[in-house]
Design a protein around this ligand. Structure first.
Ligand code: HEC
Length: 151
């Protein structure tokens, strides 16, 4: 019993630290690498989904996995950009300062991506995903890249 009480107290004490770690700023280069990795995951699942929908490779069963994976990745993307790295770090980046000076605009465009990815995932699960969902998804990438990335 005493052992468990001690463990419970130790556990409770760890909670604030866990929160502190999550809120800490990452090294600028690491923050840039991380958000690029998230975008590459989104890019990979988008390409794989497109290959399946256009009948080039893969199967409808595979799409039932790629589309939710894309949706899950998209849900992490906004937070991946929260840290303002403008003018910091040596890692190559195409992110523009507008992301942080117009965070609400950026957030809105990210929300559009999440919605489009969710729609694709639902359609894939129902077995009727097609060009319509793919086009809508692609539109959300372009809308954000046009405004918040260097050409
Ligand atoms: C709300 C904004 C936003 C949306 C929506 C968005 N992106 Fe991005 N994406 C960015 C930004 C900003 C970068 C640049 C990141 C950097 O270089 O630090 C980027 C970078 C990328 C990269 C390059 C990563 C690298 O290694 O340099 C790929 C690939 C990519 N996005 C794919 C996509 C695809 C595919 C979609 C749509 C399914 C999408 N993105 C939707 C903002 C967005």
């Amino acid at each position: 019993m005493r052992m468990w009480t001690k463990l419970a107290i130790a556990g409770a004490m760890l909670v604030p630290f866990a929160g502190g770690v999550a809120l800490a700023e990452a090294e600028p280069d690491e923050a840039i690498k991380y958000r690029k990795a998230v975008m590459q995951a989104i890019g990979g699942h988008t390409k794989a989904s497109a290959a399946i929908i256009t009948g080039k490779a893969g199967t409808a069963e595979d799409l039932k996995k790629h589309a939710p994976a894309l949706y899950m990745s998209a849900m992490t993307a906004l937070e991946a950009f929260r840290q303002n790295t403008h003018g910091q770090g040596a890692e190559k980046t195409t992110a523009t300062e507008a992301i942080w000076t117009d965070w609400a605009g950026f957030e809105g465009k990210m929300e559009n991506l999440v919605v489009a990815a969710r729609n694709l995932a639902s359609a894939a699960e129902a077995g009727n995903a097609g060009g319509e969902q793919l086009k809508a998804l692609g539109g959300t990438c372009k809308a954000c890249h046009d405004d918040y990335r260097t050409k």
